[in-house]
Design a protein around this ligand. Structure first.
Ligand code: KG4
Ligand code: ZN
Length: 337
């Protein structure tokens, strides 16, 4: 079954054709990074306009790469939630038009489920597992019992993990987007240079939650307070110390979830899952079995949408033509979606 996947929830305009939820036949990702760089962050109005300009050609080139025509497709999957409304609307409307014109089954899917599906494009992974979704917009520790059964365990009470990377990099003028730059700088730095605190207020229902606003304030406004003066106050050392604090905060909650549930299989997804230190820490011990998507499938992409969409389509599910976008997802704290 050949499924076309369309992703436009943020600043990547991506289309893929995936066979049977696994084999990537063709995949194009057009990133808007250069267009948002002058603003050091994604500008929603620019993002939706770029999608409008690009989506038809990204789609046409992907089909040409695959040597296919719309008539060869068995279904169309698209991200409809959560994300930037204007950006989502471009992909959703395009997908509806295409599905209607070509007479193909159509399914609107969830971006969070898609990120946690991404590693399954390259390897078989059994359920249940603990999902760790860390990106510029999301920070989620969850239990997954099937591709569409997600139970939220913890989330952020303020900034998303990737957002914290981006904000710290922006403050120090390191560049945009911040995650990959901090990762690169951190490799040459010493993470003992600054001892940033881990907020320890999370008990009871916040057992698995994280908070990045305190860490961000510590790095940006109170740097000297946490500085070990035996080390140089260099961008490399700031990056390494911040990275360790941001990732260790996640790992502590994650290992708590592993202990409580007895599930030792972990699947990571989202842009921050590309982080070198996170990958090293999770791959280090024999006590957990960790799965990461390849780097190009960590950030937003159409292949994960097509892969996830296949599983809904193959069991006969279809979306209504009047399905709309959702910027945020309701009742995020319990069962999802
Ligand atoms: O999944 P994604 O493309 O978009 C969202 O759905 O948000 O993730 C982008 C986020 C950005 O905040 C970026 O700084 C972060 O992922 N990121 C990283 C790395 N590569 C990307 N953060 C830490 N280390 C990296 N290597
Ligand atoms: Zn994403």
């Amino acid at each position: 079954m050949l499924v076309l996947g369309i992703e436009s929830s943020c600043d990547e305009c991506s289309v893929a054709v995936v066979e049977d939820g696994k084999r990537i036949v063709a995949h194009r990702i057009a990133t808007q990074i250069e267009h948002h760089k002058p603003y050091q962050g994604v500008v929603p109005e620019i993002a939706s306009r770029m999608h409008t300009e690009w989506i038809l050609s990204v789609y046409r080139r992907t089909l040409a790469d695959a040597g296919l025509k719309a008539g060869n497709l068995d279904g169309i999957a698209v991200t409809s939630r959560p994300g930037l409304s204007g950006s989502l609307l471009v992909g959703l409307s395009f997908a509806k038009g295409l599905a209607a014109a070509a007479g193909k089954p159509f399914i609107a899917t969830d971006h969070i489920l898609a990120h946690l599906y991404a590693p399954r494009l390259v390897e078989e992974i059994e359920y249940p597992f603990i999902g760790l979704l860390v990106s510029g917009g999301h920070t989620l520790i969850c239990r997954m019992d099937a591709f569409d059964r997600l139970t939220v365990l913890g989330t952020t009470i303020d900034d998303a993990c990737g957002e914290a990377f981006d904000k710290v990099a922006k403050y120090f003028g390191m560049g945009y987007p911040g995650g990959v730059i901090i990762d690169r700088l951190a490799r040459r730095g010493d993470s003992n240079a600054f001892a940033f605190p881990d907020p320890s207020l999370h008990k009871g229902e916040h057992r698995y939650d994280v908070s990045y606003s305190g860490l961000k304030t510590a790095v940006v406004n109170q740097l000297d307070q946490f500085w070990n003066r035996k080390f140089e106050k260099s961008p490399e050392n700031i990056a390494a110390s911040f990275e360790r604090a941001a990732v260790d905060m996640l790992l502590r909650r994650l290992f708590r979830a592993i202990e409580d549930t007895g599930i030792t299989r972990i699947v990571a997804g989202g842009g921050v899952a590309a982080n070198t230190y996170l990958r090293q820490q999770l791959s280090a011990g024999p006590e957990v079995e960790s799965h990461f998507p390849p780097l190009e499938l960590c950030t937003d992409n159409g292949a994960m949408v097509a892969g996830l969409g296949y599983h809904f389509l193959v069991r006969g599910e279809r979306s209504d033509w009047n399905v709309n976008v959702q910027a945020r997802v309701q009742r995020f704290r319990r069962t999802y979606p």
